[in-house]
Write a protein that binds this ligand. Sequence first.
Ligand code: GLU
Length: 476
Amino acid sequence: MITLPPAVKVATRFAPSPSGELHLGNARTALFNCLLARRHGGRFVLRIEDTDADRSEQRFTAALLADLLWLELAWDEGPDRGGPAAPYHQSERSVLYQQYFEQLERAGLAYPCFCTPLELELSRRAQLAAGRPPRYAGTCRALSDAERAARLAEGRKSSLRFRVPDGRSLEFDDLVYGPQRFLTDDIGDFIIRRDNGAAGFLFSNAVDDALMQISHVLRGADHLTNTPRQRLILAALDLPIPQYGHVSLLIGPDGQPLSKRHGAASVRELREAGYASLAVCNDLFRLGHSTANNRVLSLAQMGAAFELTHLQRASAHFESSQLRHWQSEWVQSLTVEQARIWLAPLLPAGLAPEQADAFVTAVLPNVVLAEDARLWREVVFGEALTYEPPALEAARAAGAEFFRAAAAAIGTQTGGTGGRLDLAAVSDATGRRGAALFTPLRAALTGRLHGPQLAPLLAAMPAARARARLLQFARP
Ligand code: GLU
């Protein structure tokens, strides 16, 4: 564990851009930030980075909040909750940003750039063609006041660029990737305010981290190269610089960034597929973060077990089989009561609580997703049972005599309506044991050859229905 000096008040944030659904990679970022805050009794802030009006949509913000709440990653400050650094939508913070733009301009640390997209593109291509990494050529860097005034008078649109100092080496420690070194000469002057007046990501993101007193930023490794730029901005404004930790990217089994091609890649899709939020969190917790504990952990336990030093540099592979594993572990960790609540939407209306519990107890070992219980609901409570051909064959092969004995041996559970079969009596009467006894019974009662253990399943099935199913094979 990294011991933080007592003076450091841990505050983390999740800062999604509402331009799409909450992707698993981002959900993992949210989880890690939330856990780090909980680990140290700190604040977890949610900030909506919606300065790009063309790409941000209100419906995505609403969906992001809903997905985070479903994952139970509740924020201490943010939309809907407010907090001392409100507002938490960047689109409502432009007045604040303006002050800092002016501060930088006054100090000569930012300048208006009049280059058109076409000019920038041509310059980029020329640099690439010359085998150089493209960066801003500095065209507007040294314009005189008169030149600037003339361009403004022509009504030309301008963005604002940060003046990156020449010839400096920027060094810092990343919480995950360790010591980093960047040369300012490799970094072109970058845009901090777009020509439509909106703050650029690098700027608003860095400034807000400082204003919201964020101590630790955990984010995707694709942002690592943004960090030297953001550190420059904060230093220029004399604002506090958080500690940055970059989390390895989430990739699919084929090594490509996780996307739709790998199946469900958004939180919504997993929720709709019937995954439990805690199963999703348990899976994400192990992606790029190692832990010795292989049990299903509650969020509080994950918070206690989260270690910055356990974040890995290698890309994390998302495997849907692993997610299924955690889902299954989660299901098996449920108490009967929890399972009954979870499966409630699938249970027939008006079911007595004991019968619901008997059903849940019987089917749980065979259920991974809630939907899996649907089949067994039909088997146990459905009026008409569809028999799979091999099951029909197995039942018929046992003969009428066998089922007469079985039907005679069926009684009711004490204190309930569910069935109870006196197996010893059937065995005595028919001389069958083991599979020869169980297979035809299972086949006749459930219409299939495999499934949950028979006795618990029968305990949930109304005895009259079980008897009727056995009797239909008892006719000569
Ligand atoms: N809005 C940025 C994103 O969604 C935030 C990056 C960061 O966490 O700093 O990628």
